[in-house]
Design a protein around this ligand. Structure first.
Ligand code: PEP
Ligand code: MG
Length: 580
């Protein structure tokens, strides 16, 4: 992925007009550029203020329209579920069931019969059920999201406007929306998505990470993007963080040249190493067993981050121990004798889960998230470790297991004991809270390895919400304070001879990768699409040269200066070759 901060530091959300074209600015994720037509993700419709009531002689006709709308939504969702894979099947199936719900349809019909307009009738019925479900709590409360999704879709049908969510894509398109919900990304037809552009979100938000995972160029925080008409041809440049309306033909040619360089770099399958043979493992970030199989087919040395929460997203209840064990075993088998680091559930904050998230947290990013779930849903944490132990026994392959959001050596000790009790022998934790980085020696005494989550480490070091794109300059991964904490952690690892990896977005930046290598980081884990450029820059430097690049970055006083200093210290020709 690109050096996010660079593009963010310009003017996320602004537009330039040079007379012939309009260029919208945001924060880019990835390095690719594409040209294609816009398809807008429709927003949820509101009840029209001027909707008339239903006159007695219109009741039958209006009710027939509403029934047809319910039927069409249900059929559409079922068709989508049939064509979907993974978590999307359950999400879509559950929502379709809600559209068939007899009580919901009956109450809506009764309201129409007593004179309400159709959308108002639907809205009131759904509102009534939602309140009832929320008061009942438990399973019913969890269905409220599905209920609202049905409301939005049926209302859109009644009003004759597009259904909210990503429409079925007939041709390769640039998907544009205010933001994409997890359910939207779960149902994306990847073969037809050229790029994703959103008005909200930040470079390390859910949408950006999923896009990176799928190798789809993405620009977030693009002000004015939702005003682009469907079919408008745009050039999306993830490296520059721009969306150009009506680009000249040369723009596509430039993108094609960039793609050629990328594919040339992709021909090198050598293990990650500096020019003088100091090894740095190049690993893939994955979120599903399918990701594992796709990534394992590429030139990577394993996986440094399996975000297991993807398996839990959009579920009413946690997946069973058996289902989890089967998924982990599949991921382990995909990589065979290569290293696979499986992270335990990291729910909460930007990754809410229906059955594990505290509904009343004022500051969810500072609340019960990551390993802290052991305080509220210990059974979920235990079942996952049991499933990992099962996968180990079943495959005979050793997973590396790590916990997210560890703040103290005591938490690391407790997690390590629980994991070892399941027969797991490679146990680590993530360093993504400044407290853990500052006390990395003590943390490392408790575990076999650590992995730096630079996205959260930047969020907590800079006290900046990673979802707020307008603060992207503060959460810049080149902030010297963030680099200091990475350096402290890497140094602790070297002192005790234990692995210190990086699995946040820093690892995917080919320039930052040289800095991390120079700091003594032993593995870099990233979206597979980012590996070739990182392999190239690491290989273009000796370890001593990488150390000099790291020293230059650390000596700067702010993020742009830090990046510029690293760039200036690169071996000759490297920056030009990659257009860094
Ligand atoms: C991180 O915080 O850098 C990380 C890798 O974890 P996530 O992005 O899933 O929070
Ligand atoms: Mg994190």
């Amino acid at each position: 992925m690109t050096s996010v901060p660079e593009s963010a530091a310009h003017s996320a959300g602004a537009a330039d007009h040079d007379g012939s074209t309009t260029v919208l600015h945001g924060v880019g994720v990835g390095r690719a550029g594409v040209v294609g037509p816009v398809v807008q993700v429709a927003a949820a419709p509101v009840v029209p203020a001027e909707e008339p009531g239903t006159a007695p002689d219109q009741v039958d006709a209006v009710q027939a329209r509403v029934t047809a709308a319910f039927d069409a939504v249900s059929a559409g969702l079922r068709a989508q579920a049939d064509a979907a894979t993974g978590a999307a099947v359950e999400v879509l199936g559950a929502t379709a069931q809600m559209a068939d719900d007899k009580a919901l349809r009956k109450q809506t019909a009764q309201r129409i019969a007593s004179g309400s307009g159709p959308v108002a009738a639907l809205d009131e019925s759904v509102g009534g059920f939602a309140t009832m479900f929320e008061q009942a709590g438990g399973y019913l409360a969890e269905r409220v999201t599905d209920l609202r999704s049905v409301r939005d879709r049926v209302a859109a049908r009644i009003l004759g406007v597009p259904e909210p969510g990503v429409p079925a894509l007939a041709r390769p398109s640039v998907v544009v929306g205010r933001d994409l919900a997890p359910a939207d990304t779960a149902t994306l037809d990847v073969s037809h998505v050229l790029a994703i552009v959103t008005e909200l979100g930040g470079p390390t938000s859910h949408t950006a990470i999923i896009a990176g995972q799928l190798g789809i160029p993405c620009v977030v925080r693009v002000g004015g993007a939702t005003a682009l008409a469907d079919g408008t041809v745009v050039a999306v440049d993830a490296a520059a963080g721009t969306v150009e309306v009506g680009p000249a033909p040369e723009v596509a040619q430039g993108f094609a040249r960039r793609a050629e360089v990328a594919s040339r770099l992709a021909e090198d399958h050598a293990p990650g190493a500096t020019a003088d043979g100091h090894g740095v493992l190049l690993l893939a970030n994955i979120g599903t067993a399918e990701d594992a199989e796709r990534a394992a087919a590429q030139a990577v040395e394993g996986s440094g981050l399996f975000r297991t929460e993807v398996l839990f997203l959009d579920r009413e209840t946690a997946p069973t121990r058996e289902e989890q064990a089967a998924t982990y075993a599949r991921a382990l088998r995909a990589f065979g004798d290569r290293k696979v680091v499986i992270r335990t559930l990291d729910a909460g904050a930007d990754k809410p889960l229906k059955f594990a998230t505290q509904p009343d947290e004022e500051n969810p990013a500072l609340g019960v998230r990551g390993y802290r779930l052991v305080r509220t849903v210990p059974d979920v944490v235990t079942a996952q470790l049991e499933a990992l132990g099962d996968a180990r026994r079943e495959t005979g392959l050793e997973p590396w297991v790590m916990a997210p959001m560890i703040a103290t050596p005591g938490e690391a000790r407790e997690f390590a004991a629980s994991a070892r009790a399941q027969g797991l022998t490679k146990v680590g934790v993530m360093v993504e809270i400044p407290a853990a980085a500052l006390r990395a020696d003590a943390i490392l005494r408790e575990v076999d390895f650590v992995s730096i989550g630079s996205n959260d480490l930047a969020q907590y070091t800079m006290a900046t919400d990673r979802l707020r794109g307008e603060l992207a300059d503060l959460i810049d991964l080149w902030q010297p304070a963030v680099l200091d904490l990475v350096a402290a952690t890497a140094a602790a690892g070297q002192r005790v001879g234990k692995d210190v990896g990086v699995c946040g977005e820093s690892a995917a930046d080919p320039l930052m990768a040289v800095v991390l290598t120079g700091l003594g980081v032993t593995s870099l884990s990233m979206a597979p699409v980012a590996v070739p450029a990182v392999r190239y820059t690491v290989k273009a430097h000796t370890l001593d040269q990488a150390r000099a690049v790291a020293r230059a970055a650390l000596a700067a006083d702010d993020a742009p200066a830090s990046r510029a200093a690293a760039l200036a210290a690169l071996a000759p020709g490297v920056a030009d070759a990659l257009a860094l």
